[in-house]
Design a protein around this ligand. Structure first.
Ligand code: MN
Length: 381
């Protein structure tokens, strides 16, 4: 029986992970759960899965949960996430949103727990310290992001072989093919209407700006130790090929499947074995009849180059880019700025940034806070 701690259990990935645990209750138990704001959903999850510990967003919610479940360990807030990350378990599924995932992941790795990572911002902001600590502690970092799970699967049995390049696929998001001018007045609703994947609102906006793909380039660099210039984005609107790896002999291996996050989640939870799944099979005679690939439009989707530049500069730059992006996406969702304000302001924040040390979780979180303040200031002007 594998004991699973799910950070972010009421989000899209967390709920799908609990579906998998429910259907495989002989293999997994959910020993810890967390939510930020959907405490009603969490309470239903506690009733069903009977975890030993939970973490909620604030003190009032913690009090409410304690009253209903007196025997449960209840934590709250950012500190609570670090505390619950210390609990006894075999694997931590991190499906938190944004940089809030960094400190609890780092804590869980230091405890020697394997990590199923759905929170790419952990590696974007703390890639070096996180992967160093994984090596030191002998911890497995298992990607849940569909593209990175694909690359991971392409590398199985090929670990010692030289990678020529990673072909990172992208759906292109809801605005594929649009001109830059036509993006200035898109609405929040249009940006949230993703053609292929149903996800949380932050990552859906990141997909619309294609910052999501930029973040994934940085994530791939840290997971697979391949430099940015050998990671090529391929826009593939059908979302059937989830990514590919080309080896030194030019042989290309791809991983394919219907767009369904349960596949990467279940592989990460049950690694190295695969789990049975009664989902629909990929039928190449219908859905795979036309698989197309095109270059991303880097002039329209400026976030791609911002991310490659941040990776190239290294150090604090990816932290600054990520912090500004998180802040600006929240402002766009709140109706405070336009869609094109997102890339334009990130660019300005990065130009104004003076490189600083980003070698501890505390330093990284401090840089993150500064970049958010800077982004807000630039928007007000
Ligand atoms: Mn992805």
């Amino acid at each position: 029986m594998k004991k699973v701690l799910i950070l972010g259990s009421t989000g899209s990935i967390g709920c799908q992970a609990l579906d998998i645990i429910r259907e495989n209750s002989d293999k997994f138990s959910a020993v810890g759960l967390s939510c930020r704001s959907r405490v009603d959903n969490l309470i239903m999850q506690i009733r069903e899965f009977r975890p030993e510990a939970v973490c909620v967003g604030n003190a009032e919610d913690a009090q409410r949960v304690r009253e209903e479940f007196p025997e449960l360990n209840v934590y709250y807030g950012d500190e609570g996430l670090i505390e619950i990350a210390k609990m006894d378990c075999d694997i931590v599924l991190n499906s938190l949103m944004g940089i809030s995932g960094l400190a609890p992941t780092y804590q869980a790795i230091s405890m020697g727990r394997d990590i199923a990572l759905a929170n790419k911002e952990t590696l974007v902001t703390g890639g070096k310290i996180v992967t160093d600590l994984c090596r030191e502690k002998g911890v497995k970092l298992l990607p849940v992001d569909s593209e990175h799970s694909a690359i991971f699967q392409c590398l199985e049995g090929n670990k010692e072989r030289e990678i020529k390049r990673i072909l990172l696929t992208a759906s292109g998001g809801p605005f594929r093919g649009r001109s830059l001018e036509s993006l200035s007045d898109v609405t929040v609703e249009q940006a949230l209407n993703h053609p292929k994947w149903s996800m949380g609102s932050k990552i859906t906006i990141d997909s619309a700006t294609m910052m999501n793909k930029g973040l994934e380039v940085i994530e791939a660099k840290w997971l697979f130790d391949v430099p940015g210039e050998r990671i090529d984005i391929h826009v593939h609107p059908q979302s059937i090929v989830h990514s590919m790896v080309e080896f030194c002999d030019t042989s290309v291996i791809a991983q394919m499947g219907l767009p369904d996050m349960r596949i990467p989640i279940s592989l990460a939870l049950n690694y190295p074995e695969r789990l049975d799944y009664s989902g629909e099979s990929l039928d190449f005679f219908t859905v795979g009849k036309e698989l197309t690939f095109e270059k991303p439009d880097r002039k329209v989707f400026k976030c791609i180059d911002l991310a490659y530049n941040a990776l190239e500069e290294g150090g604090s730059y990816p932290v600054v880019m990520n912090g500004a992006n998180e802040e600006l996406v929240a402002m766009f969702l709140a109706g405070m700025i336009t869609f094109t304000d997102i890339p334009n302001t990130i660019e300005r924040v990065m130009e104004l940034h003076k490189p600083s040390k980003a070698e501890t979780v505390e330093e990284i979180l401090a840089i993150d806070r500064e970049s958010r303040v800077m982004a807000r200031k630039l928007v007000r002007r």
